[in-house]
Design a protein around this ligand. Structure first.
Ligand code: NAD
Length: 463
């Protein structure tokens, strides 16, 4: 039977006007309580991450706890400024009067999140939704059940259920939630599901933020040093075993330097994850058998079509272990060449000229991130100027995500709307235009009948 979330939705909707009208101190107090609860229960968070993903504790601190804590601190420091009514100067036609922008909550928001950074990707949007004054329903991913239970327990300790509620469950639950007339839906997940969410939102014309994925390239300049590039990509691809929306998906290196890149990648894997990552207690597991099978099938397809493959040791389905894997000479039509990998496989492609490299990147959907490894400023700027992407990091990985005021999100296939900082706050806010007139309303001087005087004034205005 299809679940019905009308009672949960109605409770959130009934509370929304009251929550919106409370002083900002209420939002601040809730966010501070959330921060304290998370820090107090840090070891539970670590245990949930180990259970779901075998995630090392340091990675959980850096990639789950820290972004939530920093988002809360950033909202607390800026909330007064972001919510302040803005007063605008007036064009001649609107004098006398007063033009204002009021940043008001949208109302009731639904947040649907994925499993790969389950706490971060559920609670960071929550911080902005609560900061903006909304009531919220959270739907964490069913593929990270320990994390979903942890999120539910933390949220229940901090918020009454008519302010923020957590609904746990699978796709059927998510689909049923989308039946409700939310004021805003913030979805993080795959482009395919994102388009279904957008279709569901269109029923009630809910606004959407879609944080999606895709193939994020690493473009390596010929003077960067291909071996060094390979080493650096090995680390970046290894984070969370490549199960990161902003992981480098594939590398694009000068044709003459491919062997150097391959050598560097192998050395980078050994340096960061050891000669046999299968014995490294901190190498993250693939989330599900289904995803392990997908990666394995794609690799088998690549091998059968003549691609070269390097792995430091053998995959192990029982432990959902998948090693860092390098693929080269892969034909363009293969899954590893065309689809988002979302795992520790790195295909390497080559280019002869910059035009060729640009054409390859621009032939695909616009990526969530485009990485550039280059100290040649003119080349870097040409790449920036002649491509489109949700974000770009030059000579490093992931760091645009960590800046609290850089807008985070994709473009078209990789996402719609932005998160983080004021951008995140605004996704959950309605910028309401308010124009106030006093007693004297000169509009009435320009109303019909259109006398010669009116025509003269209008003629002067448009000239
Ligand atoms: P997913 O799209 O399969 O699932 C995400 C969420 O949507 C889950 O909570 C799931 O229950 C729900 N869902 C699944 N099918 C649904 C449907 N038909 N209708 C409504 N909801 C549905 O994604 P995933 O496998 O959890 O995560 C991997 C994907 O997410 C990758 O594409 C990755 O790039 C992307 N991602 C993007 C970001 C970002 O910030 N841009 C961050 C993390 C992951």
């Amino acid at each position: 039977m299809t679940p019905d979330f009308t009672p949960e939705f109605q409770a959130l909707r009934a509370a929304a006007p009251r929550i919106a009208a409370l002083p900002l101190g209420h939002r601040r107090a809730r966010l501070k309580a959330l921060r304290a609860e998370l820090i107090r229960r840090r070891s539970e968070l670590h245990a949930a991450m180990r259970a779901d993903l075998n995630r090392p504790e340091v990675d959980s601190d850096l990639n789950e706890l820290l972004p939530v804590k920093e988002s809360i601190d950033h909202v607390l420091a800026n909330l007064s400024r972001w919510t302040r009514t803005e007063r605008l100067p007036l064009p001649l036609t609107l004098i006398p009067g007063r033009a204002e922008i009021h940043h008001e909550p949208k109302g009731v928001a639904l947040i649907v999140s994925p499993w790969n950074f389950p706490v971060n990707l559920c609670l960071v949007p929550l911080v902005y939704a609560v900061g903006a004054g909304n009531t919220v329903c959270l739907k964490p991913s069913e593929l990270a059940p320990a994390s979903a239970a942890f999120i539910a327990s933390v949220v229940e300790a901090v918020f009454p259920p008519d302010e923020v509620c957590v609904v746990q469950g699978d796709v059927a639950v998510a689909v049923a939630l989308l039946e409700q007339p939310w004021n805003h839906i913030f979805f993080t997940g795959s482009p395919g599901v994102g388009s279904k969410v957008m279709a569901a939102a269109s029923k009630y014309l809910a606004s959407v933020t879609l944080e999606l994925g895709g193939k994020s390239p690493v473009m390596v300049h010929e003077a960067y040093g291909a071996e060094r590039a390979g080493r650096r990509v090995a680390w970046a691809k290894g984070l969370n075993a490549g199960q990161v929306c902003i992981a480098p998906d594939y590398a694009l290196v000068p044709a003459a330097q491919r062997e150097d890149f391959i050598r560097g990648f192998k050395a980078g894997v050994a340096q960061h994850y050891g000669a046999t990552p299968s014995t490294n207690p901190d190498w993250v597991r693939i989330i599900q058998d289904r995803h392990w099978d997908r990666l394995n099938d794609w690799l088998e397809e690549a091998k059968s079509e003549g691609a070269q493959v390097w792995q430091p040791d053998a995959p192990d389905r029982e432990r959902r272990y998948f090693p860092p894997t390098l693929v080269w000479d892969a034909p363009e039509h293969l899954q590893v060449s065309c689809s988002e990998i979302f795992g520790p496989i790195l295909p390497v492609f080559t280019y002869g000229s910059t035009d060729e490299a640009l054409a390859r990147v621009n032939a695909g959907p616009q990526p969530l991130v485009l990485y550039v490894l280059s100290h040649a400023k003119a080349w870097t700027n040409r790449i920036l100027g002649e491509t489109r992407a949700g974000g770009t990091v030059v000579n490093d990985f992931y760091l645009h995500y960590m800046h609290p005021e850089l807008p985070f999100g994709g473009v078209n296939n990789s996402g719609i709307g932005k998160s983080h900082g004021i951008w995140g706050f605004r996704e959950f806010s309605n910028a309401r235009s308010v124009y106030r007139r006093g007693r004297f309303a000169p509009t009435m001087l320009l109303t019909p009948p259109y006398t010669g005087w009116v025509k003269k004034v209008v003629g002067w205005l448009v000239s």
